[in-house]
Design a protein around this ligand. Structure first.
Ligand SMILES: Nc1ncnc2c1ncn2[C@@H]1O[C@H](COP(=O)(O)OP(=O)(O)O)[C@@H](O)[C@H]1O
Ligand SMILES: [Mg+2]
Length: 251
């Protein structure tokens, strides 16, 4: 269980503290998948930065598996909006980063898994390149591979497929579902795509304008449904979500 209790973050701008997100209280069961949608600047990235351990200056309480959130103790995979690759390491080393940090032995089953993920994301031929030699979409695929390879307890993804073309995006979404079916990481991802939220989110969280709070949490009956757009429920749910977006994220 990931428990978030009255979490708020403010940023210091000059002498003022300006609220960026919260208060947010939410309980996320282990293995669940939450899609986060909300207007630009409402605090989605800030929220994920707290959960990934990048922001330590927040008020409220965050516990994972009944312990205070601790990136040193908990395995947290994070795909940041700017991909977060280390410029001085090549693709292969970026992908294996978390395993080398944990000094994990890379045995044959792990090699197989790494190969599988890199193949699916079509980055094997790029393994010797450095991030500066990659396009935006390629960098994003490396960041996705790195997070999937580490098999985290908590997987955080900030608009993870935004730089991908439609076809690659669909493949990446399917790969995520495939990985989730195998390892069931608790997942929170941010997306601007209503279709992506409906396809990949077991729950859909709608956030308000800045400082973002939770407006609504929807139990999504259409998670991992094929031919989504042909489903009658899809029309109802996507119309509802679009309506909330249009009304300025208020119900
Ligand atoms: N490092 C920072 N310093 C000051 N203000 C920031 C910083 N990062 C984000 N903000 C502000 O906090 C709010 C939330 O930002 P962010 O979490 O990036 O939103 P989102 O990801 O939903 O677009 C915005 O108003 C943004 O301008
Ligand atoms: Mg953001």
């Amino acid at each position: 269980m990931l428990e978030i209790d009255e979490l708020s973050v403010s940023y210091r701008t000059g002498k003022k503290m300006i609220p960026a997100v919260g208060p947010i209280s939410i309980k996320i069961a282990s293995g669940d998948i939450y899609a986060l949608i909300g207007p630009s600047g409402c605090g989605k990235s800030t929220f994920l930065h707290v959960l990934s351990g990048i922001i330590k200056d927040y008020s409220g309480l965050v516990t994972l598996k009944d312990e205070g959130l601790n990136p040193q103790k908990h395995d947290i995979g994070f795909i940041p909006q700017n991909f977060g690759l280390l410029p001085w390491k090549n693709v292969q080393k970026n992908c294996l980063l978390s395993l080398t940090i944990k000094e994990q032995k890379i045995d044959s089953s792990l090699t197989e898994r790494v190969d599988y993920i890199m193949n699916k994301l079509n980055i094997k031929s790029l393994r010797d390149r450095y991030p500066s030699e990659l396009s935006g979409g390629q960098k994003q695929r490396v960041a996705i591979a790195r997070a999937f390879i580490m098999n985290p307890d908590l997987l955080l993804m900030d608009e993870p497929f935004s730089a991908l073309d439609a076809l690659t995006r669909e493949e990446a979404q399917e790969l995520f579902i495939d990985i989730w079916n195998q390892y069931r990481p608790t997942t929170i991802f941010v997306t601007h795509s209503i279709d992506e939220a409906i396809y990949m989110g077991k729950k859909i969280v709608i956030m308000s304008h800045c400082p973002g709070t939770v407006v609504e949490i929807i139990d999504n009956p259409l998670f991992n449904t094929e031919n989504l757009r042909e489903n009658k429920e899809y029309l109802k749910l996507s119309a509802h979500l679009r309506n909330v977006v249009k009304k300025g994220w208020k119900i």
